[in-house]
Design a protein. Structure first.
Length: 281
């Protein structure tokens, strides 16, 4: 009788627990990485804590019986001690964590079309408007009960450009590579790395035809340089669903997919979210 009661008590407790988020990203507390910060045990009456890095909310997931802050670190995050603000049980505390140094290699790219490097006044004005719009999208927050963090690769092809490369176009320093590139033939299928809602689609000067997918809780994926877009804003997307076709729209030297992952407003290394590191072939 005691064993029977204990069985049902355990079952009820398991039913109460929030779903664990399968496949938390690999921890990398470096600029461009993801810091996994344990906050509190998951238990009855222990509500999900809330956390912020600066003014931006941070995704808190249940994993291994603990609440974990899945914290995106931007490429310009300075190494040293940083602070997460946490609210739990009606109290506020500050959790300090360390960010280590990471040196990313350089990449030199030659563009035949110099207008994509030395911008005209009208192109510069367009780029500035687009950067502001993208910054707004990066800060989007939609709270959900569960978010799939176990990503699949959005295209099948050769890895040609890793995350974080310090880029030089025609010898001039530009923003680091905040995603990674997969070389695929023009017209190849580009698929969602996880389920979500289409946040936005647009045609940008640098990124070309682009799709943003919102996976909830500040986790967003971005797919750039497409030739065709097959989805619309607000559309619900399943993992692996086709979003469009690869191309070389925007600033690109050849057909490929540029894939970025955004977490609490920070562009982070997509390879941390896939089952095993992608290999350059």
């Amino acid at each position: 009788m005691f064993a029977h009661t204990r069985f049902w008590s355990s079952l009820l407790f398991a039913a109460w627990l929030p779903l664990a988020h399968a496949g938390l990203p690999r921890a990398a507390s470096v600029p461009g990485g993801v810091a996994l910060l344990p906050l509190a045990p998951v238990a009855p009456g222990n509500e999900r804590p809330r956390a912020w890095l600066g003014e931006l909310p941070v995704f808190v997931a249940a994993d291994g019986g603990k609440w974990v802050a899945v914290t995106g670190l931007a490429l310009d995050t300075p190494p040293g001690t940083h602070e997460l603000r946490v609210e739990a049980g009606g109290e506020t505390r500050h959790l300090h964590f360390a960010v280590s140094t990471r040196d990313y290699p350089a990449q030199h790219i030659t563009m035949k079309d110099s207008s994509k490097v030395q911008l005209s006044a009208s192109d510069l004005a367009r780029v500035e408007r687009e950067i502001a719009a993208i910054q707004h999208l990066k800060r989007h927050w939609r709270e959900t009960a569960d978010t799939d963090l176990d990503f699949v690769l959005p295209a099948e092809g050769r890895l040609t450009g890793r995350f974080g490369l310090r880029r030089f176009f025609n010898g001039e320093a530009r923003s680091p590579h905040a995603g990674f590139d997969i070389a695929v033939p023009r017209g190849s299928a580009v698929r969602a790395n996880a389920a979500g809602l289409v946040l936005a689609t647009d045609d940008y000067f640098f990124n070309g035809q682009t799709v943003f997918v919102d996976h909830g809780n500040g986790l967003i994926s971005m797919y750039c340089h497409l030739e065709r877009i097959d989805v619309r804003p607000g559309e619900a997307i399943a993992k692996g669903q086709r979003l469009g076709s690869s191309g070389m729209s925007g600033r690109a030297t050849g057909p490929h997919l540029h894939w970025s992952v955004i977490l609490n407003g920070a562009l982070v290394d997509p390879e941390l979210f896939i089952g095993r590191p992608a290999k350059k072939r």
